[in-house]
Design a protein around this ligand. Structure first.
Ligand code: SF4
Length: 480
């Protein structure tokens, strides 16, 4: 379960960097999925055009969100579904709680859904005495162990076989084994019982289609369709941006989503949910509710600098190549959204000032944009967030982070743009550096206010001569 605490980023990151099990899991994930996804992109018969077109589809959908949402609502209602709009996380939770309480729901089975994590659904339902069971295997393991996910798509990659074996023995009372197929069988058996007794199933929505009025869920385990079809009530949570105009566009984006998420041509289970069971067709729930959630998305939509972020389909591909995520893992971000996507979405949804370290923590190397199936320009938005933190922005309630820091950088800029002052300062530093503790040409501790630089790494000493001096000397030698 995720708690929203991005202000703990540095503390969490330091802890995670020192965890050898997590480090192994993260490097394994990045070595496997990052290059595999890139290979798939390169093998696309449609070539690079497919990604550019998909970006345009998403952009067009976001630019026409009002029209598409209204078409979707009419279609869903036409299929017998009930549509709710929630402006805030609290409203979304209240709507779901009311449906559950009105129908005397005691047990809920829930498919993997980021947006339900975002609104804190599980806790709210549990407070009402309702049992909630995660049904994605990774999420189920984390629910049993009371931990937050490490990855958007592979939430429990940090758990070893031994840890899962011990957890199942303790919580499910199963005989100890570290054999993955047997452990999976234990989880399946435990979950089947929950599916059969559940009164309500909850799912997310990977993408809704305005043209047809159905939602799509994608998974590799097939458990989501048990949540959406077995219980008498199905409630689907949808971020208001997760919509496309028509089936053709949906297919193309779903294909890219699977490539980004798991380096697959298409996910194992792609389910189209079009409302409650029909009178002459016995399958499916008796009630279908779609909760469309804003929770800060309208504000993102209204800002041209960040509107592109609403194109995101939460595939997690950017995590699989990010050098920062690859060291600190998802739990460090203190948000359901981690990695480069989390470093942009978390500040926009939960406050820019308290997520300042997330924006500053990324390297701006551009790997995320390259890996993103929709080529979303995360580095550009990270820079925009940093600029807001530096200058402040009343529209986003941002206080300038540190006036002192701005002053330091303004002075730095002035010194650097004046050749004489720059050379003078460099010469001075070259002399003063001998007073600092150093080993093998590396300074191990800088004085305040630069001490942060050497808190976790050493700094190379300045060379005895600058590049320009060496260049001049070489030229003179050649000439003589
Ligand atoms: S930013 Fe791109 S790569 Fe990252 S989760 Fe969103 S769609 Fe996927």
């Amino acid at each position: 379960m995720s708690t929203i605490a991005p202000e703990k980023y540095k503390e969490n990151a330091s802890k995670n960097i020192a965890d050898p099990v997590l480090q192994k899991a993260l490097s394994g994930l990045q070595e496997r999925l990052g290059p595999a996804t890139e290979n798939l992109y390169n093998s696309l018969p449609e070539g690079h055009k497919m990604r550019t077109e998909a970006h345009q589809f998403r952009r067009k959908a976001i630019d026409n969100l009002d029209v598409l949402l209204s078409t979707l609502v009419d279609k869903v209602r036409g299929h017998g579904g009930i549509v709710h709009f929630a402006k805030t996380a609290e409203e979304a939770v209240e709507i779901c709680k009311k449906i559950a309480l009105d129908n005397d729901v005691k047990t809920v089975v829930k498919g993997k859904s980021m947006v339900t994590e975002e609104v804190g659904l599980n806790l709210a339902l549990e407070k009402e005495g309702i049992e909630v069971y995660e049904t994605d295997l990774g999420e189920y393991i984390l629910q049993l162990s009371g931990e937050a996910p490490t990855h958007i798509v592979a939430p429990a990659i940090h758990k070893t076989r031994r840890e899962v074996a011990e957890l199942f023995t303790e919580k499910l009372g199963t005989p100890y084994t570290e054999d993955p197929p047997i452990l999976t069988r234990y989880a399946r058996k435990a979950l089947r019982e929950k599916f059969l007794k559940a009164d309500m199933g909850i799912s997310g929505c990977n993408l809704a289609c305005a043209e047809t009025g159905h939602i799509v869920t994608v998974s590799n385990e097939g458990n989501i369709r048990m949540s959406t079809t077995l219980p008498k009530i199905h409630v689907a949570f949808m971020g208001m941006e997760r919509i496309v105009a028509n089936l053709e566009e949906q297919q193309s984006i779903l294909r890219l989503m699977s490539m980004g998420a798991a380096a697959q041509e298409i996910g194992g289970y792609v389910s189209y949910v079009g409302g409650p069971a029909e009178v002459d067709h016995g399958d499916g729930p008796q009630e279908f509710h779609l909760i469309i959630i804003d929770n800060g998305r309208s504000k993102i939509l209204a800002d041209p600098e960040f509107r592109e972020m609403l194109c995101c389909i939460r595939c997690g591909a950017c995590l699989n190549v990010c050098p920062v995520y690859g060291k600190i893992g998802g739990q460090a971000y203190g948000s359901p959204y981690c990695g480069p996507v989390g470093a942009v979405v978390t500040p926009l949804l939960f406050g820019i000032n308290n997520s300042a370290d997330l924006c500053a923590g990324e390297t701006l190397c551009g790997a995320c944009k390259q890996a993103c199936p929709l080529e979303i320009n995360l580095p550009r938005m990270l820079l925009a967030l940093r600029s807001k933190l530096s200058e402040g922005d009343p529209d986003w309630d941002v206080q300038p982070k540190s006036k002192g820091e701005n002053l330091i950088f303004a002075s730095w800029q002035r010194f650097n743009s004046n050749r004489k002052v720059y050379d003078l300062l460099l010469g001075l530093m070259r002399v003063l550096q001998h007073l600092l503790p150093a080993k093998q040409g590396m300074i191990s501790r800088l004085p305040w206010p630069l001490s942060g630089w050497t808190a976790n790494r050493n700094m190379k000493k300045l060379a005895p001569k600058t590049f320009m001096q060496q260049w001049r000397e070489k030229k003179e030698k050649k000439g003589s």
